[in-house]
Design a protein around this ligand. Structure first.
Ligand code: FEO
Ligand code: CA
Ligand code: CA
Ligand code: CA
Length: 703
């Protein structure tokens, strides 16, 4: 995320901008030695902003100029690039179509009223598609199949942009303080996630109205069970929940994952933004300070006691987890799986290891925080696959006109049920590891296990629950490597490699902060880098791996940036601030960017989706495929199993950096937004939305 609830014109407002890892502070000698050179570098970058918007930006909804010069293309991607730029709408490579599939406020559940932004209501919002779509998962229907024309979309709603969501806040000195209880409750109901049954007919994707799969998870009323080693621990107990096992809602669901058994993992990221209070003498003072609290960006504590750190001292320990949702058991509560640790989880992308265990990779998205993985103790029981010859027999003739499978076949039904039951609590038992990246390209996975090394009572860890509740502090004691904001971590099932988006870290190597290292090599790093991990012997569960820098992002034409790309990368193809990413069925990497309000400096253009070659002579070449309207960030990229559809999430259109948008140059509000994408209708505010991208000739995305 970038900067919820506040002006998006200054990247310094990003909640991830405030490092809270005390172990990364430099010595006095370091400070003196570094003071001059690094300051000069940062001044150079920021000077570009002070001088005004970069040349070549386009305002308004005019078509961007297409790149004219044909560049040598040594990659496996065969699409014409789009031009760098920024305007009121989205753009996709020629030969492709990008259609809005579902928007904030679209009715989702039965009885949902139509979108009415002038009269926000929590009751309506609970039945409508939520705000700020981020992660997108696609589960083919029927479950276990590879159907690429009928599936279940699982979409996270990370946060809300108060000033764009509600009318009448323009001019308020503190928009958050002007919020009524009804508005706050609407915000709570707009968080969480949505499950939407979708179908492709006549080449176009549409939600299935009234589908029994359609479902909302939100922060106002959804009960969620806590499970795993920390469930029930006294530090998770509250006045409303003396059991410490049942919490209302999930917050700041950024990226996530889909398990092989068809459940939906929602990662809780910047949960600290919702809590207010005073930590002086607080029983969780050290723990909460390490999470960046208090730094409230929302007015929720004024209306909901549980978001007051002093009134309900343990509530904030009940957020920052991975939530597992079973879309095929709508009556079952979602579950916060505490074995995966508590930190600002960016995502939870999974891969089945060669030995059958599940490995889940996750970044902790804050400057100088760490890279994690979780390895289950047990092995995954695979679902029957209706496209395999044996299973197809059982499925044949069992799919009704609406595409739903009837498990009349006793054997198949039993096998589906048995597989799902066997996997149900797999995520409660396993080992969480944090990464140490060494200068020689080696990576060690350090286990976060109570009683091992420094993780003992002497350091305040009385049980595994304490290690999990204070994962960050435990990881510091183990000697984990502080990274440049780990965002998505994506295993590639085709090659066995793993890609790590490190989005930026302007404080790296600056006064008062930790120095550069091999994997985080740039001081004042405004642009980020992508790492490639190679697990030892192809074993994702191994305690070691090799790491390599795939690209250093930013403008390769500016030597002060220190970017590193394959020279085949065009002037439009390079990007800044890698965030969510996806691997297509051919094993090719696609990267989405989130520059926040800093886009006029970091690239001079809007965020987007870029193809990034990882193999052969084109390794390290990026190509521009899609870009978002002004002020938005690019989230969600997710392919169907046939690679012929790419779903993307356009988050917070009109929000970020509109002060640097030529011709607009002010902060957006509900009444005065920089764009009204995607409706472009007077009185209708900009709306976060999921977009389905297909190739006009029906072929695979990217050629
Ligand atoms: Fe929600 Fe780290 O982006
Ligand atoms: Ca983001
Ligand atoms: Ca992200
Ligand atoms: Ca991803």
């Amino acid at each position: 995320m970038s900067s919820p609830d506040h002006p998006h014109t200054d990247p310094a407002l990003d909640p991830d901008d405030v490092p809270v890892n005390p172990s990364t502070e430099p010595s006095l000698d370091d400070l003196i030695a570094r003071r001059c050179s690094r300051r000069a570098l940062l001044r150079g970058a920021l000077g570009a902003l002070a001088a005004g918007p970069l040349a070549g930006l386009t305002a308004g909804a005019a078509e961007p100029q297409q790149p004219s010069a044909a560049v040598d293309n040594p990659t496996r991607f065969n699409f014409p690039e789009i031009a760098r730029g920024v305007d009121a709408t989205h753009h996709v490579a020629p030969g492709y179509s990008a259609e809005v599939l579902i928007r904030w406020g679209d009715p989702l559940l039965s009885g949902a009223p139509p979108f009415d932004p002038q009269r926000p209501s929590a009751a309506a919002q609970r039945r409508q598609f939520g705000y700020n779509n981020d992660f997108i998962g696609y589960i083919p229907l029927p479950l276990g199949s590879h159907n690429s024309e009928h599936g279940l979309l699982c979409v996270n709603h990370e946060y809300t942009n108060t000033e764009l969501m509600f009318p009448g806040l323009a001019g308020a000195a503190d928009p958050a303080a002007a919020l009524t209880r009804a508005m706050v409750d609407t915000e709570l109901a707009a968080h969480g996630g949505s499950m939407v049954e979708i179908r492709k007919t006549g080449g176009r994707w549409r939600p299935v109205p009234g589908s029994p799969f359609n479902r909302r998870i939100e922060a106002l009323t959804t009960p969620i069970r806590l499970s795993g080693p920390a469930a029930g621990h006294p530090r998770l107990r509250t006045g409303a929940d003396p059991s410490g096992r049942r919490v209302i809602g999930t917050l700041n669901n950024c990226a996530g994952g889909i398990t092989p058994w068809g459940t939906y993992l929602m990662a809780e990221e910047n949960f600290h933004l919702y809590f207010a209070g005073n930590l002086d003498g607080h029983p969780e003072e050290r723990n909460y300070a390490r999470c960046g609290m208090p730094a409230p960006r929302y007015a929720w504590a004024r209306h909901h006691r549980r978001f007051d750190l002093n009134a309900e001292p343990n509530e904030a320990n009940r957020f920052g987890w991975i939530v597992e949702v079973d879309p095929f058991a709508p009556q079952a509560m979602p579950v916060k799986r505490t074995a995966l640790g508590r930190f600002k989880h960016e995502g939870a992308e999974c891969i089945v290891n060669g030995d059958g265990r599940l490995v889940i990779y996750s970044g902790d998205d804050q400057r100088f925080e760490y890279l994690y993985k979780f390895v289950t103790d047990g092995t995954v029981t695979p679902l029957p696959d209706p496209t395999s010859s044996m299973d197809a027999q059982a499925y044949a003739g069992r799919i009704d006109a609406s595409g739903r499978v009837h498990f009349h076949e006793q054997d198949l039904r039993q096998r589906v049920a048995a597989a799902r039951a066997a996997n149900r609590d797999l995520l409660d038992h396993g080992t969480l590891y944090v990464a140490r990246l060494d200068a020689d390209g080696g990576l060690q996975w350090l286990p976060l296990v109570h009683g091992q090394g420094p993780l003992t009572a002497a350091n305040g860890f009385d049980a595994q629950a304490d290690v999990l509740i204070e994962t960050r502090r435990a990881a510091t004691l183990l000697g984990a490597t502080p990274m440049d904001r780990p965002e998505d971590v994506e295993p590639n099932p085709v090659t066995g490699k793993v890609y790590v988006s490190l989005t930026n870290n302007k404080h790296r190597g600056q006064d008062g902060y930790a120095d550069t290292d091999a994997a985080n090599p740039r001081a004042g790093n405004l642009w980020g880098q992508v790492l490639e991990l190679t697990p030892t012997n192809g074993d994702h569960a191994a305690d070691s791996a090799r790491w390599d820098l795939l690209v250093r992002a930013g403008d390769p034409a500016d030597p002060a940036v220190g970017a590193q790309w394959n020279p085949a990368t065009s002037e439009h193809g390079w990007f800044a601030c890698p965030d969510n990413c996806a691997v297509d069925p051919a094993g090719r990497l696609w990267v989405a960017t989130d520059q926040g309000g800093g886009w006029p400096v970091t690239s001079g253009g809007a965020d987007g989706v870029y193809a990034l070659e990882t193999q052969g002579p084109g390794r390290g070449t990026a190509r521009a495929f899609f870009r978002v309207p002004v002020g938005a960030e690019m989230c969600g990229p997710r392919f169907t199993p046939d690679g012929r559809t790419l779903f993307v999430a356009v988050q917070h259109p009109a929000a970020d950096g509109t002060g640097g948008y030529p011709g607009f140059e002010r902060q957006s509000t509900f009444d005065d937004p920089a764009t009204r994408w995607p409706d472009f209708t007077d009185g209708i505010p900009p709306r976060p939305a999921v977009v389905a991208i297909t190739r006009d000739d029906g072929g695979e995305i990217g050629g």
